[in-house]
Design a protein around this ligand. Structure first.
Ligand SMILES: O=C(O)CCC(=O)C(=O)O
Ligand SMILES: [Fe+2]
Length: 274
């Protein structure tokens, strides 16, 4: 699927997300940062169990996936923030008897921001965005080399959706995804990132200016990409303006993603949302 490797910078290491790495990512020196073994084995096991047995798990309607948490994609500001508040208890349950690696990742991210720059939840009329959502993509057939469980997209255009105009998150120019994988697929489930940052005119030409999804494969024919194999405990920070997608997962173990987005809304404030 990837035709040209290593054409852009992805940092890879283990255990810790340092201030310097966060700074380098924000400055644009890397497209993504991969920190393996970021979540402890016992937290991974616990989150897997909590996810599988969770009564709040929902089948998504638009794409084969199961999810716990609120999602700002395709909804109005009011529905998103209301939904975020309603799922807070479910998210706590998912973190039962863990050290809460999502809060650790958000805190590590904040430490990399310049002095005086705050990271806080996005807020709307007193309602707070939730710190993460948990999702497992269940679709796709791994034997088909072109198939994806989550199609090619970027995470920027969806912030221009008409329903979100009045929200803080609509002010974000470049979101960064903070993705934790307490459970990776036995096989497959790779995150594929392309060296392409579509501009507004391309997004508009393709009719994706308020969704960022799904990009047709043929625009990527000569574009470099990297396929990132994930394992239990990985943390990936990804600049959401680059086109990316997810390969189908195989095996009985679910591929579980804990996802948050962060982005600047002014010179001294970053917000997180889902
Ligand atoms: O599942 C993944 O690895 C990435 C998911 C993603 O890109 C998204 O939810 O926007
Ligand atoms: Fe994404």
């Amino acid at each position: 699927m990837c035709i040209k490797m290593n054409s852009f910078n992805i940092w890879e290491g283990r255990k810790d997300l340092t201030k310097d790495l966060v700074r380098s990512l924000i400055r644009g020196e890397y497209v993504a940062i991969i920190v393996r073994d970021y979540i402890t084995e016992s937290d991974c096991e616990r989150i897997q169990e909590n996810f599988i047995n969770h009564p709040g798990i929902q089948q998504r309607k638009d794409i084969p996936a199961v999810e716990i948490g609120a999602n700002s994609y395709g909804v109005t500001t009011q529905d998103y923030f209301l939904g975020s508040c309603q799922v807070m208890g479910d998210l706590w349950d998912l973190m039962t008897e863990t050290s809460n690696p999502v809060i650790r990742a958000l805190t590590d991210f904040q430490r990399g921001l310049d002095e005086g720059v705050a990271l806080r939840p996005a807020i709307h009329k007193g309602f707070l965005a939730s710190p993460f959502r948990a999702v497992s993509w269940t679709g796709g057939n791994e034997s088909d080399e072109n198939e994806l469980a989550l199609g090619l997209h970027e995470d920027v255009s969806q912030l221009s959706a008409p329903g979100l105009e009045d929200s803080e998150i609509a002010k974000i120019i470049e979101p960064i995804a903070i993705n934790l994988y307490p459970s990776a697929a036995e096989r497959g489930g790779e995150l594929v990132i392309y060296d392409m940052k579509p501009n507004v005119s391309l997004r508009t030409e393709l009719g994706l200016e308020t969704t960022g999804y799904p990009y047709p494969k043929n625009i990527l024919n000569d574009i470099g990409c990297q396929s990132i194999s994930l394992d239990d405990g990985c943390l990936v920070l990804l600049r959401g303006c680059y086109i990316h997608g997810v390969r189908p997962s195989l095996g009985i173990k679910p591929r579980i993603l804990l996802n948050s987005f962060v982005g600047a809304i002014n010179a001294d404030t970053y917000v997180y949302y889902t």
